[in-house]
Write a protein that binds this ligand. Structure first.
Ligand code: CP
Ligand code: NVA
Length: 316
């Protein structure tokens, strides 16, 4: 059932976690994005994915990830097939391992956005084709690949920079901890008690930091995290699938908003990032997201080049 190559003679692999990447893999991807970005913007005819059919199996809504992966597939000469989970037989109880076996025999790559990370693991185990994590409850690796590219574009470097994540220790936070520590950035997550990052992820991020000479910290005081940071990053307080916890979360995250007071604590040329969608007045204020230090629109555009490099990576 296992297929090791999508493009003849090349090595193909799944990308479910930032931990699936070595520091060298990640550096190579960020470097490749430097040439992919202008080529895609010029609408050059690229053929990296010629003859490749990419299935997009989405259990949750998406504006950026779905569109950027579909467009990246087309720009690289491949063909996208969108598969809304509610229109598949999985919605009527067909097991994911059966679905994965069938889809793997039709498709060359699967991008999956799922509630449970285990669904992706099963898809990778049973499909026989590379699977790309387009967001799970545990991680959002392709978000962080493009985010690191945005930081490097706007700050000129990554190593030695300090990223402060303020808010929920969620999928985006987990992938940021892994990615930032892999490239030698210092990373501090400020999360309320009960909403801290995944402990296994944290342990792996600490190991990365030891190797790359950076630091990883988790604190419960957002102001402490913000002080002198080069990047202030936040995400929603209620992720997809957590809607029932909304009122409890609103109480827990009070004080974790990125606003102009918080921004004053960061280094004076700090950039503000948000993976989007944003809730103005909750995790971030309108003046900050629309302000001079916000790079969120560039960050969102760069997801297109991040999707392209991720597809390139998994297809070998
Ligand atoms: N940032 C992000 O993944 O956005 P979407 O949910 O719109 O894909
Ligand atoms: N943490 C958010 C990210 C959305 C891109 C969620 O999972 O809903």
């Amino acid at each position: 059932m296992s297929r090791t190559s999508v493009k003849a003679g090349k090595k193909a692999r799944s990308l479910l976690s930032v931990s699936d990447l070595s520091a060298q893999d990640l550096a190579g991807m960020l470097d490749r994005m430097k040439s992919l970005k202008p080529a895609i913007k010029r609408r050059d005819t690229l053929s990296d994915l010629r003859g490749i059919v990419v299935g997009m199996l989405f259990e949750k809504p998406s504006t950026r990830t779905r569109t950027s992966f579909e467009v990246a597939t087309v720009r690289l000469g491949g063909f996208p097939v969108y598969l809304a989970s509610e229109e598949l037989q999985t919605s009527r109880g067909e097991p994911i391992k059966d679905t994965a076996r069938i889809l793997g025999s039709y498709l060359d790559v699967i991008v999956g956005r799922v509630y449970s990370h285990e669904t992706l693991t099963a898809m990778a185990a049973f499909s026989g084709v590379p699977v790309l994590n387009g967001l799970s409850d545990l991680e959002h690796p392709t978000q962080v690949i493009s985010d690191l590219f945005t930081i490097s574009e706007t700050k000129g470097r990554l190593k030695g920079m300090t990223l402060a994540f303020i808010g929920d220790g969620d999928n985006v936070c987990n992938s940021l901890l892994l990615g930032a520590s892999l490239v030698g950035m210092n990373v501090v997550a400020a999360c309320p008690s009960g909403y801290t990052p995944n402990p296994d992820v944290l342990r792996r991020a600490e190991e990365n930091a030891k190797r790359s000479g950076s630091t990883v910290r988790v604190v419960d005081d957002p102001k402490e995290a913000a002080v002198d940071s080069d990047v202030l990053y936040t995400d929603v307080w209620v992720s997809m699938g957590e809607e029932k916890e909304a009122s409890r979360r609103m109480r827990a995250f009070r004080g974790f908003q990125i606003n102009s007071e918080m921004l004053k604590l960061a280094s004076k040329d700090a950039v503000v990032m948000h993976c989007l969608p944003a809730h103005r007045g909750l995790e971030i204020t309108d003046d900050v997201i629309e302000g001079k230090q916000s790079v969120v629109w560039r960050q969102a555009e760069n997801k297109l080049y991040g999707a392209a490099v991720a597809l390139d990576f998994v297809t070998g």
